[in-house]
Design a protein around this ligand. Structure first.
Ligand SMILES: [Zn+2]
Ligand SMILES: [Zn+2]
Length: 198
């Protein structure tokens, strides 16, 4: 068997069996352990396999490149990210619900589904059915005002008792984010006050 054939075999076995001992490989291939090491060296260099404590194993799948948020182009974090599926079956992702809802409002007629996660349970749900809290006292390290979603209105209200913020439905959450960002919300009148001080 040629070295290339042996490394092909090693890969095949690893795909079925996960990991293999060097001594096993040496027996199966009927070559010395030294030769096995030589055979797997290029595989390690190509990052197809990794050395383990007792042999070799397939490399874990390479992490997919991080998605960029379709709205603000920040790296979209999976924990809070929102998926928007368009009528053309394209999947877009935003970093958080803040961007998810604003992006939705821009491309609304092209959206087939918008999916987000329940803040407490991490379950995926349709964003249109969620209850939202905007401006709660938590730090998501993402866009302001922060928007979080709940599957149940009851839990959203309970959360609000502890962490503040305002409760919204899908239909009025988008308007609320825009209002807060424009500073026209009664609770952000601070901007106007500052201007008067000049
Ligand atoms: Zn974003
Ligand atoms: Zn964000």
């Amino acid at each position: 068997m040629l070295p290339i054939e042996r490394s092909q075999k090693i890969l095949e076995w690893l795909e079925c069996e996960g990991n293999l001992r060097i001594s096993d490989l040496s027996k199966r291939l009927k070559v010395s352990e030294m030769t096995v090491y030589r055979d797997i060296k290029p595989l390690i260099e190509q990052q197809k396999v990794i050395k383990t404590s007792n042999g070799v194993a397939l490399s874990p799948p390479i992490k997919k490149p991080a998605y960029a948020c379709s709205y603000c182009y920040k790296e979209s974090n999976t924990r809070h990210s929102v998926q928007i599926i368009t009528i053309h079956q394209q999947v877009e992702q935003t970093c958080c619900l803040h961007c998810g809802l604003l992006y939705y409002s821009e491309i609304e007629d092209k959206v087939s589904q918008i999916l987000c996660k329940d803040f407490l349970h991490d379950t995926t749900m349709s964003a249109k059915l969620a209850t939202y809290i905007i401006g709660a006292d938590i730090n998501l390290n993402c866009c302001q005002p922060q928007v979080i979603a709940f599957e149940s209105m009851k839990q959203a209200k309970q959360f609000q008792k502890g962490f503040g913020g305002e409760v919204y439905q899908f239909s009025n959450a988008i308007g609320a984010i825009k209002q807060i960002m424009n500073g026209s919300c009664p609770c952000t009148d601070k901007v106007k006050v500052d201007n008067n001080n000049e």
